[in-house]
Structures are given as C-alpha cells and as structure tokens.
Ligand binder design. Structure first.
Ligand code: ADP
Ligand code: 5GP
Length: 196
C-alpha cells in the first residue's frame, strides 16, 4: 500500500480560497496542525504573533535565512518576505500530527519538491480570473494596488498547476469544503477516528 503523506500543502493564487479551506480542515480534524510561517509584513488587525504568523523584523528574517532555518522562503511581494521554518514542521511532526501549509504557489512547489510523495499538494483554483478579482475585492483586505499586484501574479501562478497532486476548483464553497474533507479522509484514513 502507498505510504500515507506526512504533510498537506494547500496552495492557490491569492483570493482563490485556500485560507478558507485550510481553516475548515483544521476545525474538523484534530490531527491537522497549521504550519505557522514567518513573515516580515506588518500584522493585520486581529492577527496574533505565533498564531497567524511569526512576525519578524527584516534583520531577524535574514539572519535566520543565513542560519539555514527555512525550508523555503520567498519575497512574495516587494520587500515582504515569507518563509516556512524547519523548526515549525519538526515540532508538528514530533507531536505526532500532520502539518498543513497555506502558502503561495512558488513556495508550495519547493516544499512539494523536497517532500515528494510524502507531501499531498492541493492546488485550489478559482472558477475564473474575474471571480478571483471579485473575491479579492469582497475580502476587503487589500488596497487597489495590492489587488492588481495579486492578479498579475495569479497569471503566472495558474501556469504552475501541474506541479501539484490535485486540483480543487473552488466554485461553490459548500461543495469545495466537502471535497476537501473527502481528500483528507481518503489519504489519512488511519487518522479518521480523530476527526471531530
Ligand atoms: P486565499 O487564502 O487563497 O487568499 P481566502 O480564503 O482569503 O483566499 O478567500 C478569499 C475571499 O473569497 C474571502 O473573502 C473568502 O470568504 C471568499 N471565498 C472563498 N471561497 C469562496 C467561494 N467558493 N465562493 C465565494 N467566495 C469565496
Ligand atoms: P498574506 O500576507 O495575505 O497573509 O499572504 C501573502 C501570501 O504569502 C499568501 O499567498 C500566502 O499563502 C503566502 N505565504 C504565507 N506563508 C508563506 C510561507 O511560509 N512561504 C511562502 N512562500 N509563502 C507564504
């Protein structure tokens, strides 16, 4: 039988719905633990250091890059750095849990390459680019400039879709959340009894 994956990567162009799906999975499966990334961007209102991100200064972030602390890191937007700390992934593994990642497409592809078949990598695709734009606008977290930046980036990101194991087209949210649960049930059957 094929080995069970050790981690789940959920990736998508910004606004496609990956955070919504990851949150739903974490609420429904005790064994899934969110891999908290590090970033140099400022915390948004309601974001908590250590829960949503490890918020680092540029100096700290780059010192940790130099020490090899990151599994992967990217300058996702100009002067805004994000990265996955090796220690975060190890901590989750040591506790007997499965790390779930909510990260952009380049970083996700790097992690998939490192873990190979030990990672289940899910690409969340928007039903169309115009719907992606609608969602970014209705989320109301970005400036117009930031929305445009994300849409430009999304074009290139859609071309990386083949780097991943599964594509989940996030059209009707209810259906997508159910499908995401089915994917977890199928690949992590021996954990199923811990589903809440
Ligand atoms: P991402 O993490 O990929 O940037 P989010 O999960 O933040 O995306 O979703 C972007 C916006 O779209 C949010 O306001 C979210 O509530 C909304 N959204 C997510 N999935 C759907 C869907 N299937 N239909 C409509 N709106 C959605
Ligand atoms: P936001 O600032 O909206 O929270 O995140 C911006 C983008 O950075 C999102 O696409 C998010 O998934 C991505 N991101 C978050 N953490 C990481 C990480 O550790 N590595 C990489 N490469 N991207 C990340």
């Amino acid at each position: 039988m094929e080995a069970r994956p050790e981690i789940i990567i959920v990736t998508a162009p910004s606004g496609a719905g990956k955070t919504t799906i990851v949150r739903h999975l974490i609420e429904n499966y005790d064994f899934l633990k969110f891999s908290v990334s590090a970033t140099t961007r400022e915390p948004r209102e309601h974001e908590v250091d250590g829960r949503d991100y490890h918020f680092l200064s540029h100096e700290d972030f780059h010192a940790r890059v130099g020490r090899g602390d990151f599994l992967e890191w990217e300058e996702v937007y100009r002067d805004q750095f994000y990265g996955t700390l090796r220690s975060e992934v190890q901590k989750i593994k040591d506790a007997g849990h499965v790390a779930i990642f909510d990260i952009e497409v380049h970083g996700a592809s790097t992690i998939k390459e490192i873990f190979g078949r030990k990672a289940l990598a899910v690409y969340v695709a928007p039903p169309s680019m115009s719907e992606l734009e609608n969602r970014l606008r209705s989320r109301a977290t970005e400036s117009e400039e930031s929305i445009q930046k994300r849409l430009r980036r999304a074009d290139a990101e859609m071309r990386r879709i083949e780097d991943f194991d599964l594509v989940l087209i996030n059209d009707h949210l209810d259906r997508s959340l159910k499908l995401a649960q089915k994917i977890v049930d199928k690949h992590f059957d021996s954990y199923a009894s811990t589903a809440v």
